[in-house]
Design a protein around this ligand. Structure first.
Ligand code: ADP
Ligand code: ZN
Length: 743
């Protein structure tokens, strides 16, 4: 016998579709929107999520739900709404989106574990009164009470250990109504916070700039409506103090907070600053064990956390009454997930905040152009912290023109004479040095060693990529191909060549030049896991290491007063990435790197080596001029309708055989082009072309870039391939809306 009604179930599959299941009598009292269920699907039993209940179904024969898993809904109505939004916007499955909200451990262990906890049910005076008599008659019960007088609540196991009583005595105490027992989720206090803690630090007395920012955010918080505030503050300007005071206000208003940081800045240093100010903090680290993550999640779900700090997926933390979302370093591309669902936590935080009537604070020294543009249009509030705390100057930045180094005719070296001398000076004065080296890999652009000219695509304004096997250059957006010129089109010099940075060599080279100093290389090869990272940082902090050589990962978060020199070995490898955001990335990275020095009492200095000393990214970064940079970059973006003036999506296809991948790419591009004709010139389909990274793990990669003047047009054109199969055994297809990685 079935209950008259159907449950609308979504499944963790790349299908944006609701399935109707009938509700058996046995489940009719339990089924609720937001709960997980077990359902039969294609001959298997799988987990689904109930997103609606309905009385009618046009399906002739519906299958029955097997079991309702959760006692209480696991998703709030807001989270359900967000998942639906994600499925439509990012072209993923609705159930897939919901599944990504749950940490793996929570997904797989259906129920939360519980423990029995015990506490006194009479007041202290009463207990003390009867203790004297009890001590003689039942000494074990008495000692249990004595322990409980000191602790508010403990687990039964803790009590038996601490007092030496047994379960029997505990039950007697309960029967006499001296104590009460209840079930509490096991280990559900957030592992990282909670409990009785040391004295908290006081709020700092804000500077005038900080105060203006804090007052504005507080005002927005009190209005209790959705609003986004963009907080731009140079490195060391005290953004974190602004966050902390905004958080204090939110908690005072009885609401909760999510703080998102790039994974790399989830350092104990950062977390400590929050813990020293607040209790009830849950931290969602990538280094937590599954068990800890499970506990942390249930702790949050049960209301034990006021603040959740974590990387992008912490945006889905199951908090009720969310009042504030802080996104630190909002420009970072780690907020964008590069597997399905391909959401950007920064953008999605606005969606969540709208559903929750919450305030979003986006903080950065170098905001993304998207955010800056939105602030300019008045969609966001905008506040600026112009100066560093204590009016410490931003470090002086000097450019070294590497074209001159080459012209001196010596063998190519990654360190200029000037940088070498500066290093010697810093090191001899007991200062530490950071050398910043770019990620290995993508550096095959063509540039002139004399004038620095770089071959770019006229239509797409991105660097052409050199392909050795064909001795040709190619635009990886529009597939324009050309042969390699024999001389520089600009200065007619024959020294035009492809640029390989050969970064492996650099370490050897520096070691050879500075044999008496300790050098450490930090990159994704040498640093695996959180601990390696932490160890290296603390060794550097202690001064055990003189020169730190590393990739992007050292550009962030490091706060070491003794760093007096930062060198950027080659600014060019990012500028010339075949990606329309290459200039923005360069600027952001250089600013961030520069922010690593001059933080202590000693003055800091930054040296940037480049073949493009006239490039605006470098010039503006050297003068710490964000607004100058943003203006210029926005002009360029506007001309070609790149974001924020238009929106882009990227469709990536991969497979074992290049012919298959290519054929499928052509096919999809054709469909897209057909649809885009309806939109005249407002939608452009670029490609298909081989992706800049042409092969990954034996799979050939092609991509199609879709560019539209508005997000609506982009979405409508993508709809035309929505129903296309995403995976066959030959070619997999991925739709990436607002793609960040164009490689
Ligand atoms: P940002 O996050 O903008 O890089 P921080 O928040 O790390 O800057 O602040 C830099 C330093 O200044 C920190 O050591 C912080 O404790 C200190 N600081 C911040 N605000 C104040 C203030 N109002 N008074 C004194 N020191 C402050
Ligand atoms: Zn092109």
């Amino acid at each position: 016998m079935s209950y008259a009604g159907f449950a609308e179930i979504v499944l963790a599959l790349p299908l944006n579709k609701k399935f109707h299941y009938s509700i058996p009598q046995s489940c009719s009292n339990q089924i609720e929107v937001g709960k997980r269920v077990k359902v039969p699907f294609r001959g298997r039993t799988i987990i689904g999520y109930c997103v609606g209940l309905t009385d009618v179904s046009d399906i002739e024969k519906t299958k029955e739900i097997i079991q309702v898993i959760d006692a209480k809904p696991i998703f709030t109505p807001q989270l359900l709404a967000i998942s639906k939004w994600m499925a439509n916007f990012y072209f993923c499955g609705w159930g897939e989106a919901l599944e990504s909200f749950l940490p793996f451990a929570v997904r797989s262990s259906f129920h939360e574990k519980t423990v029995s906890v015990i506490r006194l049910s009479k007041d202290e005076a009463f207990i003390k009164d009867i203790l004297a008599t009890l001590k003689k008659r039942a000494p074990r019960q008495a000692s249990a009470l004595e322990v409980l007088l000191r602790e508010e609540e403990m687990t039964v196991r803790e009590l038996t250990r601490a007092s030496g009583c047994n379960l029997q005595s505990i039950y007697r105490l309960r029967d006499r109504e001296l104590v009460s027992l209840r079930q509490r989720p096991a280990d559900s206090d957030p592992v990282s916070g909670g409990g009785k803690r040391e004295k908290k630090t006081d709020q700092l007395n804000p500077t005038k700039e900080q105060e203006d920012a804090i007052l504005l955010i507080k005002k927005r918080l009190r209005e209790g409506k959705y609003r986004t505030v963009l907080l731009r503050g140079v490195t060391g300007s005290g953004k974190t103090e602004v966050y902390l005071q905004a958080i204090a206000e939110t908690i005072a208003l009885g609401r909760k907070v999510i703080v998102l940081v790039p994974e790399i800045s989830l350092t104990p240093q950062t977390i400590e600053r929050f813990k020293l100010r607040f209790d009830k903090i849950a931290v969602l680290h990538s280094s937590l064990t599954e068990k800890q993550r499970n506990n942390e999640w249930w702790g949050i779900k049960n209301g034990n956390a006021d603040i959740v700090i974590g990387a992008r997926s912490a945006l889905f933390a199951p908090l009720d009454n969310l009042g504030l979302i802080v996104i630190d370093e909002e420009h970072e591309n780690t907020f964008k997930q590069d597997s399905s669902p391909r959401y950007n936590a920064r953008d999605l935080s606005l969606v969540r905040a709208k559903y929750e009537n919450a305030v979003v604070v986006l903080g950065s020294a170098t905001p993304s152009l998207e955010s800056y543009h939105n602030a300019g249009l008045g969609r966001y509030d905008y506040v600026v912290l112009k100066s560093r705390i204590g009016d410490k100057p931003l470090p002086g930045v000097q450019l070294v023109d590497m074209r001159h180094e080459i012209q001196r005719g010596k063998k190519h070296s990654s360190i200029s004479k000037y940088l070498e001398l500066s290093m010697k000076r810093s090191l001899s004065q007991k200062g530490q040095v950071i050398l910043f080296l770019n990620r290995r890999g993508f550096s095959s652009f063509i540039s002139c060693r004399r004038c620095g000219f770089v071959l770019t695509c006229k239509k797409c304004d991105i660097s052409l990529t050199y392909h050795k096997s064909q001795n040709a250059v190619m635009c990886h957006y529009c597939y324009h191909k050309a042969s390699v010129p024999t001389e520089c089109p600009e200065c007619k010099c024959p020294k035009i060549n492809f640029f390989g940075s050969g970064t492996e060599r650099v370490e050897e080279e520096i070691k050879a030049r500075f044999p008496s100093y300790k050098l450490l290389r930090m990159d994704s090869d040498t640093m695996r896991g959180h601990e390696a990272h932490e160890k290296a940082f603390s060794a550097f902090k202690r001064g055990d290491i003189d020169i730190l050589l590393g990739t992007q990962m050292i550009a962030k978060g490091l706060d070491i007063p003794n760093v007096t020199l930062v060198g950027v070995l080659s600014a060019d490898t990012i500028i010339n990435l075949p990606d329309f955001r290459a200039s923005e990335r360069t600027f952001q990275l250089l600013c961030q790197v520069a922010g690593r020095t001059g933080r202590g009492s000693r003055e800091g200095k930054v040296i940037i080596q480049t073949y493009n000393p006239e490039h605006y990214s470098i010039i503006f970064a050297a003068s710490h001029d964000y607004v100058g940079f943003a203006k210029k970059e926005l002009e360029y973006r506007k001309q070609l309708y790149y974001p924020p003036y238009g929106r882009m999506a990227r469709i990536v296809l991969r497979g074992k055989r290049e012919e298959d991948v290519k054929a499928r790419s052509l096919d999809l591009a054709e469909k897209l082009k057909d649809t885009s004709r309806l939109y005249r010139k407002t939608v452009e389909i670029l490609g298909p072309s081989p992706a800049p990274v042409t092969k990954v793990k034996d799979n050939y990669r092609w991509h199609i870039v879709v560019k539209a003047n508005t997000i609506e047009y982009l979405q409508q054109v993508l709809q035309s391939i929505k129903e296309e199969p995403r995976g066959s055994n030959k070619v997999q297809t991925v739709i990436d809306v607002d793609a960040y990685m164009m490689l």
